[in-house]
Design a protein around this ligand. Structure first.
Ligand code: NAD
Length: 427
């Protein structure tokens, strides 16, 4: 008999926020876990959560303190894996949820990893490059006792990039006295990074869109696509949709929304964004109000910007037949239910944007073997893994008559808890 004691407040499912949403998702999947449900409490608590003080000397000579986190949600299937986010609103509860979603994502694609995530509560735009480097290095040293190539492997997330990964790799390597390229992924190619990593998430989004479209008899060629966010994920996905003969009719970013019924020229739009910083002012295109984006007539909608974008306020207006979640957590649970009632198929984040961590896994494998693969080989392996994972999710959804989100959770949580059960409790 599994005894459940009352939960500490930060684990309270009634507390709104990403961790509460994650707990609801676990509750939804529990009836499908069979005898493994005995272990489900494992998923509702992070294995390990570290809070660190990150003091740095600012350029003006004063000392500033920032709060940093590294959460290892589950390590049953392998080392922790998940990004590091620098943002002024980062909280422990958010990092806990993101680390749990990494456990699910990694298990859904069958990567030999557990789930982890990290962050620093800081607005990096307020820091000089030198301050950012000192912050990154001190944070890496502070979490150094729990990360490592076979323990927990960070990667970039919001506001962290190749340069930040290079500093993390160097700091860890200096502390252990040996160059350890495999301690982080998303590194520059010159430091053991992988070809194809930058495009991997967008390529994965496109691959699952192809698979889902085929299953609902939606002809991709000529279909209309709307993309929110034209960054790393949305930009690459939009290019691949356009190359496949889709019409990318609407794109929204932080500064505006552009629309062209005949299809936007994505290469020209990306060039416009790199010169002007956003899609605003792009021609030939019509400018739409931000709310109008959600009701644009389209077949495929790709939210690839922020969390909680599809809500009760706009889920009723969405015209698409398919929603492919490029971003993490773009759909609230209530909006998810509305989309399901309206017969709109949602391919959830935990499978749709898993392409990034999949090529991160390839990077880690290449670092371990010090043997690097060609870009064609990487892309072919990525597409194969994504197709296999999607097929398993589709089959599970049909078998249990559940959403693709619940089906992904069934597969992932079963894998995690099977590992948990086989390992047993120690001591
Ligand atoms: P990015 O910073 O490269 O791009 C973000 C895009 O979103 C930009 O075009 C920006 O203008 C737009 N945006 C920002 N605020 C907006 C707003 N209020 N309204 C509309 N658009 C807005 O980020 P990214 O790496 O493409 O990540 C996007 C999402 O995908 C995030 O949720 C991230 O966690 C998730 N994700 C990224 C990866 C990856 O490999 N990059 C992997 C998995 C998941």
């Amino acid at each position: 008999m599994n005894t459940v004691h009352s939960l500490p407040s930060y684990l309270d499912p009634n507390h709104l926020g990403p961790w509460g949403i994650y707990l609801q998702q676990v509750d939804r999947v529990t009836p499908y876990l069979g005898h493994l449900a005995r272990w489900v409490e494992t998923l509702k608590r992070p294995k390990r959560a570290m809070i660190v003080d990150v003091p740095i000397e600012l350029d003006n000579g004063t000392v500033a303190h920032f709060e940093g986190y590294r959460v290892q949600h589950n390590l049953s299937r392998g080392p922790g894996k998940g990004g590091v986010r620098f943002h002024q609103d980062v909280t422990l509860s958010e990092v806990m949820a993101l680390s749990a979603w990494m456990s699910v994502k990694n298990a859904a694609v069958n990567l030999p990893y557990g789930g982890a995530k990290g962050g620093i509560r800081v607005d990096p735009k307020t820091l000089s490059k030198g301050e950012l480097e000192r912050l990154t290095r001190r944070y890496t040293s502070e979490i150094g006792v729990i990360i490592g190539p076979s323990k927990d492997i960070p990667a970039p997330d919001m506001n962290t990039n190749e340069q930040v990964m290079a500093w993390m790799m160097d700091t860890y390597s200096m502390n252990v006295g040996a160059t350890a390229t495999g301690v982080v992924t998303g590194k520059p190619i010159a430091l053991g990074g992988s070809l194809g990593r930058r495009e991997a998430t967008g390529r994965g989004v496109f691959t699952v869109a192809q698979e889902a479209a085929q299953r609902i008899q939606l002809e991709l060629k000529g279909s209309r696509v709307a993309v929110q966010g034209l960054g790393n994920v949305g930009g690459v996905a939009a290019q691949l949709f356009a190359q496949a003969g889709c019409r990318v009719v609407a794109v929204q970013d932080h500064a505006g929304t552009v629309f062209n019924e005949a299809g936007l020229n994505i290469d020209a739009l990306l060039a416009h964004v790199s010169t002007h910083g956003s899609v605003k002012g792009f021609a030939p295109a019509q400018t739409l109000g931000n709310d109008q984006f959600w009701s644009v007539p389209c077949d495929i909608l790709v939210p690839a910007a922020l969390e909680q974008q599809i809500t009760v306020d706009n889920a009723g207006q969405i015209q698409a037949r398919l929603v492919i979640e490029g971003a993490n957590g773009p759909t609230t649970p209530q909006a998810d239910d509305i989309l399901a009632e309206r017969g709109i198929l949602v391919v959830p984040d935990v499978i749709a944007n898993a392409g990034g961590v999949t090529v991160s896994y390839f990077e880690w494998v290449q670092d371990f073997s010090s043997f690097f693969w060609s870009e064609d080989e990487i892309n072919a392996r990525l597409v194969r893994l994504m197709r296999e994972a999607f097929a398993a999710v589709w089959q599970t959804a049909e078998q249990h008559k559940v959403s693709l989100r619940t089906a992904t959770f069934i597969i992932a949580c079963t894998r995690i808890l099977q590992a948990r059960e086989l390992r047993g409790l120690y001591p």
